[in-house]
Design a protein. Structure first.
Ligand code: HEM
Length: 402
């Protein structure tokens, strides 16, 4: 496959289900490749270096202004642009410090029991059924319940969020249609109205949750957090908090069901879960790419990158770079020194990484222990997205038929 064919394949519905051959073809030409006005980065060292380089900028509103007219009219694009994900210093530093102050290790470890109880409840509901769709029944509801518990969203409102998040995250893809943009905008308007109501309730009756804590940061005044930033970061936490984890659970389960010996070992040795989850994150990342813009003329791995160039960082390709990982095409939960770039690196390193890992480390062994004969009902279908990679549905038979 040449460079043109590889790029075309990544953008086409035929290539999306398995982007890895295209990644290999691109990496074989070079870790940093100029393609049109952009650079595609596939090497581990190059992606890691770019993410840690302060001269490489996140896609902030100043950059959006140079690329799109009227982007502020789309509330979904606007909300993400107001969130910490799309900020550079000093705004990023300010927001990140605030969010880290409320999204603490204490809050995450307090969720361990919520996660375990939620997994048990879901698996109890599976009992007596022959087949279930794991995406609908577990991979969505579990992370939604967990992020809602963290934010302080009442359980009765959870059902809203799968649709809203699916709609909103379309604008995080490299390309989206006008119709997807419109649906994302409507979802953002609906979500903002929802959060307005919840924030008002928490102001009246504060609780130990993130909505209360972030609203208090806003209300403290000064330049701590504007109203739009409060909304943008709440929306980010909500969608970053589950679409991605949903896909980690789904991608992980299929990898394991395709490797029954490994699945059996994980069920028997739940303490080995961290190694398994890290390898799922490396081998089939729920987030396949992110972007940066060169803030100055730079040379990366010997390639000249002019100021203003857009860098597409293929995390899924970096995680299979043979210069970093021995036999990268092999799924090996015992891999030593496994450090995938799935949660990014540097200043924007995923704030929710410990939480996402914990959910998968609890849910995957529990599922395999409870239903040791579980198998896929057929080959599942991928969602037609490149950035957020997951399964549309995942039918499993809970007890094998033979
Ligand atoms: C497997 C699940 C997850 C994956 C693969 C993932 C991936 C990522 C990546 C790659 C970034 C950095 C993007 C960049 O540098 O451009 C990021 C940032 C972020 N993630 Fe996650 N994420 C996951 C789960 C979560 C969860 C559960 C939460 C919250 C509850 C969360 C909240 C965030 C936030 C707030 C940021 C922005 C951090 C910043 O800009 O400083 N993520 N995530």
């Amino acid at each position: 496959m040449n460079v043109g064919a590889a790029v075309a394949s990544l953008m086409s519905p035929h290539g999306l289900p398995d982007p890895y051959p295209a990644y290999d073809a691109l990496r074989a030409v070079g870790p940093v490749l100029p393609v049109g006005r952009r650079f595609i980065v596939t090497g581990y060292a190059a992606v890691d270096g770019i993410l840690r380089n302060p001269k490489m900028l996140a896609y902030d509103s100043g950059i959006l202004d140079t690329q799109f007219d009227e982007w502020r009219a789309n509330r979904a694009v606007f909300l993400f642009a107001e969130s910490m994900l799309r900020q550079n210093p000093p705004n990023h530093t300010r927001m990140r410090r605030l969010a880290s102050g409320v999204f603490t290790a204490r809050r995450v470890s307090a969720l361990r029991e919520v996660i375990a109880a939620q997994v048990d409840e879901i698996l109890d509901e599976f009992a007596g059924q022959v087949e279930v769709d794991v995406v609908t029944r577990l991979a969505y509801p579990l992370p939604i319940a967990v992020i809602c518990a963290l934010l302080g969203i009442p359980a009765a409102d959870r059902d809203l969020f799968r649709r809203l998040a699916e709609a909103l995250t379309a604008v995080l893809e490299v390309r989206w249609t006008e119709e997807q943009g419109r649906v994302a905008h409507d979802a953002a308007v609906e979500l903002e109205a929802y959060f307005d109501g919840l924030i008002a309730q928490r102001r009246a009756e504060p609780r130990d949750d993130l909505v209360t804590a972030l609203a208090a940061a806003h209300d403290a005044g000064g330049d701590r957090l504007t109203g739009d930033e409060l909304m943008g970061n709440l929306a980010l936490l909500l969608v970053a908090g589950f679409e991605t984890t949903t896909n980690l659970l789904g991608n992980g389960l299929v990898l394991l069901l395709d490797r029954p010996e490994l699945a059996k070992r994980l069920a028997a040795e739940p303490a080995s879960a961290p190694g398994y989850v890290e390898e799922v994150l490396r081998f089939d990342p729920p987030v396949q790419l992110t972007e940066r813009f060169a803030g100055a003329d730079l040379t990366i791995e010997g390639v000249r990158v002019p100021a203003g160039a857009e860098m597409i960082l293929l995390l899924g390709a970096a995680n299979r770079d043979p210069a970093r990982f021995d036999r990268p095409e092999v799924f090996d939960p015992d891999r030593p020194d496994n450090a995938p770039l799935t949660f990014g690196a540097g200043a924007h390193y995923c704030l929710g990484a410990p939480l996402a890992r914990l959910e998968a480390q609890i849910a995957l062994p529990a599922l395999l222990r409870r239903f040791p004969a579980m198998e896929l009902t057929g080959r599942p279908e991928r969602r037609p997205r490149l950035t957020l990679r997951g399964w549309a549905a995942l039918g499993v038979r809970l007890d094998s038929v033979d």
